[in-house]
Design a binder for this molecule. Structure first.
Ligand code: NAD
Length: 425
């Protein structure tokens, strides 16, 4: 197993703790356990970019490829100061479980650039993205490793990656390389509905939970941490079902309104203020540390990892936590929540709508087709529904929590593949 060199987020310990717990309960084959406890490759690149004022800056970029037993590596690229090898490793491993659980023909990868993108102009961000893509070279590709948007990356950034990657290919094969990334804009091979796929999927899992528990979502109160792609769309769809958004927190502040915050007005405000909710008029600014203590029925973390820890977990009032973000709860806080009767819809299930949407974009590109949003959302709903029921059934059979149940479904699928194919040579 590879050793850790640097630790900022602590997410790697969490993912390994979760993996070991599920592997123990499943009595996973020892050899396969060794393979899955390690990453296949870890790419670190340092690349120079010319800034607007003529200075040269050197950036650190990462791509970790965890496992590709089921298909090409798949997973997002993040532009954030916390991106490092430890974070990329943890997030890549989560992607392997997520794609396996969803029944997709993919493995897991993740990466990004260690930057605060708010400090750079649009032109600088474009050059950083293109140069990072060039530095990754043949390590990515439509049948090798397919990145997608994540924190602070968006369809525009995906379009630059696709264009840079395709531009390095011979003219006759350029169009066959555009699906090197998913989450592209509509004019560049993007899929109708990919923008909302993750938030939509989060709400599908909440609906499944409600069905299972015969609970009415209308009138339920929820709070959302992070009001970017996942946070906004999850709020949008849950609000459409009659639930009430009572508090939102993002990197710029925390806002509360017990009468409900309209996600559409908040999104309109944020889009005029560089994505930030700060300054929103129809809610009260409250201290950040009060967010998780807000009275509500559902908490949706949709920002960064390790946000719910022993420092704030006891404040949580809601009985359901739907993990829009990857790894938002650390291991100690999870133990506390599970032993106190809270329900957690685990990230690898809850936010899998994004990678399922990406799969349909990739298929659409491979087949040179254009699919309609209604069909896309229906297909995502079907796949998440299947994964949800498998998770709940497996957890029930093994008398365990939903996260461990979800891991078991994923691990069994990968174990079967290794058992059938063997290990070369
Ligand atoms: P995004 O960049 O669109 O939004 C991130 C949000 O988090 C922003 O509102 C930002 O202000 C907020 N934030 C950042 N730091 C914060 C802090 N310290 N406290 C509170 N809020 C903070 O990112 P996104 O694509 O919505 O991703 C959010 C989470 O969902 C990530 O964990 C990501 O890995 C996960 N996810 C995203 C997708 C996808 O399709 N975009 C798919 C699966 C999982």
């Amino acid at each position: 197993m590879k050793t850790l060199t640097k630790k900022k987020t602590g997410m790697y310990e969490n993912v390994m703790h979760q993996f070991n717990r599920a592997a123990d309960q499943l009595d996973l084959d020892k050899g396969i356990r060794k393979i899955l406890a390690s990453t296949n490759s870890e790419i670190v690149v340092h690349f120079p970019v010319k800034m607007d004022d003529g200075r040269i800056e050197v950036f650190n970029g990462y791509r970790v490829q965890h496992n590709n037993a089921l298909g090409p590596y798949k997973g997002g690229l993040r532009f954030h100061p916390t991106v490092d090898i430890d974070a990329a490793r943890a997030l890549a491993i989560w992607m392997t479980w997520k794609t396996a659980l969803a029944g997709l023909p993919y493995g897991g990868g993740k990466g990004g650039v260690e930057i605060d993108p708010t400090k750079y102009s649009q032109g600088e961000l474009e050059r950083i993205t293109r140069r990072f893509t060039y530095a990754l070279g043949e390590n990515i590709g439509p049948d090798v490793d397919i990145p997608a948007p994540d924190v602070n990356t968006n369809p525009q950034i995906m379009a630059w990656i696709a264009d840079t990657f395709a531009s390095t290919k011979s003219p006759s094969t350029r169009m066959k390389n555009l699906h090197v990334v998913t989450g592209k804009p509509m004019g560049s091979g993007g899929l109708e509905g990919r923008d909302r796929a993750t938030g939509f999927g989060v709400v599908v899992t909440i609906q499944e939970w409600a069905k299972l528990n015969e609970v009415e979502l209308k009138g339920k109160k929820f709070i959302v941490q992070g009001f970017g792609n996942v946070g906004y769309w999850a709020s949008h769809f849950l609000n459409q079902l009659g639930a009430k958004l009572v508090a939102v927190q993002d990197a710029s502040g925390t806002y509360f309104n017990k009468e409900g915050i309209d996600p559409e007005s908040l999104n309109e405000h944020a889009s005029k203020h560089q994505g930030n909710i700060a300054g929103f008029g129809n809610a009260t600014l409250i201290p950040n540390e009060e967010f998780f203590g807000v009275e509500c029925d559902i908490v949706i973390p949709a920002a960064l990892g390790n946000q719910i820890t022993m420092e704030n977990v006891e404040k949580i009032k809601a009985k359901l936590i739907a993990e829009g973000a990857n790894g938002p709860i650390d291991s100690a806080a999870e133990d506390y929540l599970l032993s106190n009767g809270f329900k957690i819809i685990p990230d690898i299930l809850c936010n899998s709508g994004g990678v399922i949407g990406s799969y349909y974009e990739w298929l659409q590109n491979k087949r040179s087709e254009n699919w309609k949003i209604e069909n896309v959302l229906e297909m995502i709903e079907d796949k998440i529904g299947i994964a949800f029921r498998k998770t709940v059934d497996t957890a029930h059979q093994h008398n365990t929590d939903w996260r461990t149940g979800a891991y078991m479904v994923a691990l069994k699928r990968i174990e079967q593949t290794y058992k059938e194919r063997g290990v070369f040579p």
